[in-house]
Design a protein around this ligand. Structure first.
Ligand SMILES: Nc1ncnc2c1ncn2[C@@H]1O[C@H](COP(=O)(O)OP(=O)(O)OP(=O)(O)O)[C@@H](O)[C@H]1O
Length: 266
């Protein structure tokens, strides 16, 4: 098992992301400071929970963590190397190290691809092994996420939301990343399957010694899976630290408000 003495797989150092405001609203500021001076480290074998209300910058931070969004200011390091150019080649390289699971598997998966093709696609793009080893890897992946081999022939539309999210998770694991960033991975699912997907992510993290970033607007969801918690508000980190400390002894009034407002446990 890795420890936090190893260098981080991905690290944000004083990252800012500023967008031009989206057109359409009167009296709005010209710019949105979506991420405002955020520093965070993600190691193998560790889950960082990022929690905050809608618009607090969580998804923008997720995009920075997976190399999809260049920072306006600050540094992003993957395995210690600072990323200075966000070219397609760099993104492809980063994609092998850090992968992402989005909120809605219905839009994350191509509706016209079978599960087999969806899982084989990243292996083809990255030219991993030969045809036989790719097929073997695809079979391993589908079992790893608790689906039967028969699911390989299915189209996404024939699966339940929970099964589709399992496929999206399997696809995220195809290239054996060091870190998986899960952006609200249970929010689009029926309440009845949310706990199953949370447990699956926790099991995979332990089995594969993955680093995980778990993003949610719901602090009660984050508490179940996180070793460290980062609380965000309006692009800023208001509080961070070991999950037990942040939850049992919150130092910031905003964290206390989130805890007080949180719905019942899953
Ligand atoms: N591409 C963009 N262009 C302009 N503004 C953007 C863009 N992406 C995000 N924003 C703005 O940046 C802020 C942070 O958005 P972000 O989606 O990161 O927050 P979030 O915490 O993930 O919220 P949600 O849970 O609603 O997705 C918001 O004010 C949003 O409107």
């Amino acid at each position: 098992m890795s420890t936090t003495t190893n260098p981080p797989v991905v690290e944000l150092c004083g990252v800012h992301v500023v967008f031009k405001s989206r057109a359409g609203t009167l009296f709005k500021a010209k710019h949105v400071h979506a991420v405002d001076d955020v520093s965070v480290q993600v190691h193998r074998g560790q889950t960082v929970g990022i929690v905050g209300e809608s618009g607090s910058g969580k998804s923008t931070m997720a995009k920075v963590l997976v190399g999809l969004q260049p920072p306006t200011r600050g540094e992003v390091r993957f395995r210690g190397d600072v990323v200075t150019r966000y070219t397609p080649a760099v993104r492809k390289k980063v994609g092998r190290v850090v992968s992402v699971v989005f909120q809605d598997p219905a839009t994350a998966l191509n509706a016209r691809m079978t599960v087999r093709d969806a899982l084989r696609d990243p292996l083809d793009v990255h030219r991993v092994g030969d045809a036989a080893s790719r097929e073997a890897r695809v079979r391993d992946l589908v079992h790893l996420v608790g689906l039967p081999s028969s699911a390989l022939e299915a189209m996404p539309g024939q699966l339940s939301g929970g099964q589709r999210q399992r496929v999206a998770i399997a696809r995220a694991l195809a290239l054996e990343p060091d870190v998986v960033v899960a952006d609200e991975p249970t929010s689009a699912l029926d309440v009845s399957v949310r706990a199953q997907i949370l447990n699956l992510l926790a099991d995979l993290k332990a089995e594969l010694d993955l680093g995980m970033v778990f993003i949610s607007h719901d602090i009660q969801t984050v508490r179940h899976v996180s070793d460290e918690i980062v609380v965000m508000r309006a692009g800023r980190v208001v509080e961070s630290g070991p999950a037990a400390r942040v939850l049992d002894d919150p130092q910031d009034s905003y964290t206390r408000t989130l805890l007080a407002a949180a719905p019942a446990l899953l």
